[in-house]
Design a protein around this ligand. Structure first.
Ligand code: PLP
Length: 395
C-alpha cells in the first residue's frame, strides 16, 4: 500500500484532502512525492505565517532538542519565562496561560470568563452565560461545538454544554439585546475565517467594546486565525483601535513547527486561576516555549504584519481586477482573502482542484469561497505566479 492508501485504510475519515502527497517544504513552497512543486496559499489555515521551516525557528527547535524538551509544569523550566515575557509584550496582556491546540486555548478562555463571572462579577453559581456569533468557528471540542451553528459540526455529538446565546455576526445591537445580568462574556472572532472570510461592518468591534464596558461583560476575542500579523496588523482588533479583555492565540504561535497556544488576559481575569484549577501536560513545555518565542521574534524582526498589509492590498486589488464572471466578491484584510463565487458557478472545491494541478494549493471554505492565506513571507513575484494560475481557472 502507498502512504495515501495506508492513511485511508488506517485513519479516520474526518478529512477530505486534495490528492497531493507532500513530502518536503520550504518557505512558501511544498513538493509532492513526484517532485512537483506547489505554492502553499493556505499555510495550514494561518499556522505558517512565518513560512515553512523558517531557519530561525528551526534553529531554536534544534537547540532546545539538545537540552530538554518536556518537564511538565510540576517543575519550572528556563524557557517558559522568556516566552511569556515576549508574548506579553506582543499581546499587550500581562499574562498568558499556555496550551497546545487552539481549541484548548478557547476552552481555557471559556473557563476563565465563567470563573471571573462567579468570583468577580458576582453571577450566581451555575448561571453564567456567554454571547457568541452565528457562523463562528472556535474549534471542535464538545463545549465549543455546543455553540456552533454549523449542523455538521454538531450532528451526533450531543448532549451539549449549555450557557451560550447566539446572535448574528456584525450586529452590535443584537449583542446588547442578548446580554442579561448573568452574561459574563461576548466571545467572537475579529474576522470570521472559516465562515468564508467574513468581515464585520466598520465600527462593529468598537461598538461591541462599548457595550461590554456598559454591562460589565468581558470581550473575549479569538484571533487564532486572524492574529500574529495575518490581517496586516499584529492583531485584527487593532484595525478598530480597541483592545479585548481576553484573547486566544494559536496556529502561527508554533511557527509551523510545534503546536503552541495561549489564552491571554490581564491580572483581573487571569488571577481567577489557582493551582490545580486547570492545566495541560504539554502546555508551556520548554520545546513549545523555545519555538513560540522564536516564532514571535521572526514576526517582529521581519516586519511580517506590515508585509501582510502591503502584499495583501496588492493581491486583493489584482484579484478584483480579474473581473471574473464567476466571482461574486473578493474580500479580506491583509493576506487573509476570500474569493466568493456565484452559486451559478458551482462549488469552490473543483476550482481548488484545478489550481492544485497548476501548482497553487488553496482550500475552499463554506462551499462557495476560495480562501487565500499564504505565508506572510511570500514575495510579490510569487503572488504574481498565483494570480496567473487563478486567472486561468477563473476567467
Ligand atoms: C483553527 C481555529 C481554532 C481551533 O484551533 P485548533 O488548533 O484546530 O484546535 C479556533 N479558532 C479559530 C478562529 C481558528 O481558526
Amino acid at each position: 500500500m502507498n502512504p495515501t492508501e495506508q492513511a485511508e485504510r488506517h485513519g479516520a475519515n474526518n478529512y477530505h484532502p486534495l490528492p497531493v502527497v507532500i513530502t518536503r517544504a520550504e518557505r512558501v513552497w511544498v513538493w509532492d512525492d513526484n517532485g512537483n512543486k506547489y505554492l502553499d496559499m493556505l499555510s495550514s489555515y494561518s499556522a505558517l505565517n512565518q513560512g515553512h521551516r523558517h531557519p530561525r525557528i528551526l534553529a531554536a527547535a534544534r537547540e532546545q532538542l539538545e537540552r530538554v524538551t518536556l518537564t511538565s509544569r510540576a517543575f519550572h523550566n528556563d524557557q517558559l519565562g522568556p516566552f511569556l515575557a515576549r508574548l506579553s509584550e506582543v499581546s499587550g496582556f500581562s499574562r498568558a496561560l499556555l496550551m497546545n491546540s487552539g481549541a484548548e486555548a478557547v476552552e481555557t478562555g471559556l473557563k476563565a470568563c465563567r470563573k471571573w463571572g462567579y468570583t468577580v462579577k458576582g453571577v450566581p453559581e451555575g448561571k453564567a452565560r456567554i454571547v457568541v456569533a452565528e457562523n463562528n468557528f472556535h474549534g471542535r471540542t464538545i463545549s465549543i461545538v455546543s455553540y456552533s451553528t454549523e449542523p455538521q459540526y454538531r450532528e451526533g455529538f450531543g448532549p451539549f454544554t449549555p450557557g451560550f446565546d447566539i446572535v448574528p455576526f456584525g450586529d452590535a445591537a443584537a449583542i446588547e439585546a442578548a446580554i442579561t445580568p448573568d452574561t459574563v462574556a461576548v466571545h467572537l472572532e475579529s474576522i470570521q475565517g472559516e465562515a468564508g472570510v467574513v468581515l464585520p461592518p466598520d465600527g462593529y468591534l468598537r461598538d461591541v467594546r462599548a457595550i461590554c464596558d456598559r454591562h460589565n461583560v468581558l470581550l473575549f476575542l479569538d484571533e487564532i486565525q486572524t492574529g500574529l500579523g495575518r490581517t496586516g496588523k499584529m492583531w485584527a482588533f487593532e484595525h478598530e483601535g480597541i483592545r479585548p479583555d481576553c484573547l486566544t492565540v494559536a496556529k502561527a504561535l508554533g511557527g509551523g513547527v510545534y503546536p503552541v497556544s495561549a489564552f491571554c488576559a490581564d491580572d483581573e481575569v487571569m488571577n481567577v486561576f489557582q493551582p490545580g484549577d486547570h492545566g495541560s501536560t504539554f502546555g508551556g513545555n520548554p520545546m513549545a516555549a523555545a519555538v513560540g518565542k522564536a516564532a514571535l521574534d521572526v514576526l517582529i524582526d521581519e516586519g511580517l504584519p506590515a508585509r501582510a498589509a502591503e502584499l495583501g492590498s496588492y493581491f486583493k486589488a489584482r484579484l478584483t481586477a480579474l473581473n471574473s464572471p464567476h466571482v461574486r466578491e473578493v474580500r479580506g484584510r491583509g493576506l487573509l482573502i476570500g474569493v466568493e463565487l456565484h452559486t451559478s458557478s458551482g462549488a469552490a472545491r473543483p476550482y481548488c482542484e484545478r489550481l492544485s494541478k497548476l501548482g497553487v494549493l488553496c482550500k475552499d471554505t463554506h462551499g462557495q469561497v476560495i480562501r487565500f492565506a499564504p505565508p506572510l513571507v511570500i514575495e510579490r513575484d510569487e503572488i504574481d505566479f498565483a494570480l496567473e494560475q487563478v486567472a486561468k481557472v477563473l476567467t
